[in-house]
Design a protein around this ligand. Structure first.
Ligand code: SAM
Length: 409
């Protein structure tokens, strides 16, 4: 009675939790699987990753000793079905037992059955008593988010909606929500392939918050603009669509290929260069630069619930060194008076305001209230952009982004 969805979800959890692989990478490595089963497996694994702390706390009273990790993952899948995903109890328990057998864990089939049956009885009441936002968040992340920690952690428990940026001239597809920032929003669980116009390049997937940094660069037709960390290219697309002459740099050749394919699908053109932005020298300085720097990606946890399981507090130190190197390189590529938007999809203060406050040869130029009128709650006292998943709760939130405008001195 096991099924391909649960088997694939188990494989995804093994890749992330045992081998430390990113969920997206694990998804691409899955064996041949029907598209619907693949999506369902992704959603199931994501639900377990999102709520692993809570699921483990609920399983705890029924485990006399620590089970091997593969058995714990079977139990987590079963428990998620019983307590979070409203799967009928007999189906959640039966498929978990079958999954244990399929995955070579037959000696634990009885334990799986007994634990999940007890959980189905006692779990719903126990769930009410737990501080699940805290359980589902690593302490170092909770501590780093300050007063917003609880609201952010609560937002992380839900699957995010799917946002798209429309190519200029494209009408919003029917039955979509048109957001104040100009993005269109589809309900959580929408499959990209089902969005009208996606294959024809009329729009591309980009969270509402992720669309803000390129908008805030305010690219003008004919300006020479560099997008220094460009793939997969959502922001490059916005800059080209605004009429700028764009040079898109990307260090990773595979990601550059993806960027090229995306631009081709959207019918947009940019100069594409495979290079490390910290060592590349442009033939001529730029009017403006977008630096969407590599970061911890903690602003995208709703979409990438593997991030809290894979990132460690110590990773931030390495990332901020790279961000500083990129900022210095970007400053050297700008004309005097030229503008730079520095952006990261991170909720960590060290990767945001702390990076730009004293960046050499660059002076912060605050965003005005008018420039951020479409999302005023995201404007900080210093005039930076700071979004997080608990903003717009009634609309389904937005990713966590930091962005600042800097002027070359
Ligand atoms: N701007 C992209 C978009 O909107 O689709 C997302 C960029 S992602 C946050 C960061 C990208 O920077 C990754 O594709 C990574 O390979 C690339 N990257 C990291 N370090 C780089 C460097 N030193 N030079 C050029 N690209 C780099």
């Amino acid at each position: 009675m096991s099924d391909p969805t649960r088997e694939a979800a188990f494989d995804l959890l093994t890749a992330v939790l045992e081998r430390g692989r990113p969920l997206e990478e694990a998804l691409t490595a899955l064996p041949q699987l029907d598209q619907r089963d693949r999506s369902a497996a992704h959603r199931l694994a994501a639900a377990v990753l999102r709520r692993a702390g809570t699921l483990d706390a609920l399983l705890e009273p029924f485990l006399r000793k620590e089970p091997p990790l593969p058995v714990r993952n079977v139990l987590r899948i079963g428990a998620a079905g019983v307590l979070i995903l409203d799967t009928p109890i007999h189906a959640a328990v039966g498929t978990a037992v079958a999954l244990a057998k399929t995955k070579g864990l037959t000696p634990f089939a009885g334990l799986t059955n007994a634990v999940l049956r007890k959980l189905a009885e006692a779990g719903p009441a126990a769930l009410e008593t737990l501080d699940s936002p805290r359980l589902d968040t690593p302490p170092w992340l909770w501590a780093s988010w300050g007063a917003n920690a609880r609201a952010i952690a609560i937002a992380h428990q839900q699957e995010a909606p799917l946002d798209c940026t429309l190519k200029p001239g494209t009408e919003p597809p029917p039955n979509t929500e048109y957001l104040p920032t100009g993005s269109v929003r589809f309900p959580p669980g929408t499959r990209v392939a089902d969005i009208p116009g996606f294959d024809q390049g009329a729009l591309w997937v980009q969270d509402a918050a992720a669309a803000l940094p390129a908008k805030l660069l305010n690219a003008q037709p004919g300006e020479r603009i560099a997008d220094l960390c460009a793939a997969p290219g959502g922001k490059t697309g916005q800059l080209v669509a605004a009429g700028a002459t764009v040079t898109a740099l990307e260090r990773d050749p595979n990601r550059l290929t993806r960027l090229a394919e995306n631009l081709a699908r959207w019918g947009l053109h940019a100069e594409l260069i495979q290079a490390d932005a910290t060592t590349w020298t442009p033939p001529e300085k730029f009017d403006a630069i977008l630096l969407d720097a590599p970061c911890s990606a903690t602003g995208t946890i709703r979409r990438h619930p593997d991030v809290p399981h894979l990132k460690r507090a110590g990773d931030i130190k390495t990332l901020i060194q790279a961000q500083d190197r990129l900022l210095a390189a970007a400053a050297a590529m700008l004309k005097p008076g030229g503008r730079l938007i520095y952006a990261v999809c991170s909720l960590q203060p060290e990767e945001g305001a702390a990076r730009v406050a004293n960046a050499p040869n660059l002076c912060p130029d605050p965003f005005t209230a008018k420039e951020l009128a479409m999302v005023p709650e995201a404007r900080t006292a210093e005039g930076y952009l700071r979004t997080h998943p608990a903003l717009w709760p009634e609309r389904g939130g937005m990713d966590g982004f930091f962005a600042a405008r800097l002027i070359k001195t």
